[in-house]
Design a protein around this ligand. Structure first.
Ligand SMILES: Nc1nc2c(ncn2[C@@H]2O[C@H](COP(=O)(O)OP(=O)(O)OP(=O)(O)O)[C@@H](O)[C@H]2O)c(=O)[nH]1
Length: 199
């Protein structure tokens, strides 16, 4: 019957890495809930959030997002969260050179230790671009990304600039053959949630 649809769900694992205060949790909350909080509690260990986007009538993209804690005392936990991730968002605060330098330090660690197969996507995310006391300039970031094969992205979790685009681009850049899929059982409209994937 034409009203029965098979919904395929593609699951991608995304991890956020970067110094404490860079705005990792704020970016995730902007994407998942479209909210921003001026005062946030520091992340302890990691937080896990999901969001499902409809790609078309028969395909959903499920983001399984690990928002890691930036405090140094949690650093040794990070491999648990970035292992087998399809994509990493390495985030820094454009008003802090220290935050930028710390972000650079995450790149090799993720490249070498994430154990993700082909098609690893690394977004180098310059956050807090709404602030006028910016220190790390776009030209410097672009040059660094060109030299290191990264995708540069400028965002503001506060005003929402580029946040949705950042996450949708991740979905587009990850090669489809590296993403696990699960077809839901056939179902009738109105739509029920698709069967959960196991990745
Ligand atoms: N102006 C501005 N402030 C931001 C932005 N993103 C985050 N903040 C603020 O920066 C502070 C830290 O943000 P968080 O999202 O908690 O930072 P985090 O990287 O998750 O920090 P940890 O959990 O400690 O690793 C909070 O006060 C946020 O409100 C932004 O884009 N613009």
């Amino acid at each position: 019957m034409s009203t029965i649809a098979d919904i395929e769900q593609l699951c991608i694992k995304v991890v956020l890495l970067g110094q404490s205060g860079a705005g990792k949790s704020s970016l995730v909350l902007r994407f998942v809930q479209d909210k921003f909080y001026a005062n946030t509690a520091e992340t302890v260990g990691a937080a896990f959030l999901t969001k499902v986007l409809e790609l078309d009538e028969t395909t959903q993209l499920k983001y399984e997002i690990w928002d890691t804690a930036g405090q140094e005392r949690f650093r040794s936990l990070a491999p648990m969260y970035y292992r087998n991730a399809h994509a990493a968002l390495i985030v820094f605060d454009v008003t802090s050179r220290d935050s930028y330098e710390k972000a650079k330090g995450w790149i090799n660690e993720f490249k070498e230790k994430s154990e993700t197969s082909d098609g690893k996507v690394i977004m180098f995310v310059a956050n807090k671009t709404d602030l006028d006391r910016r220190i790390v300039e776009t030209s410097e970031i672009q040059k660094f990304c060109e030299e290191n094969g990264l995708y540069p992205f400028e965002t503001s979790a506060k005003d929402g600039t580029n946040v949705h685009t950042l996450f949708t681009e991740i979905g587009q850049k990850i090669p489809r053959n590296t993403i696990s899929t699960k077809s839901s059982t056939p179902r009738m409209p109105p739509m029920k949630p698709a069967k959960k994937c196991s990745c």
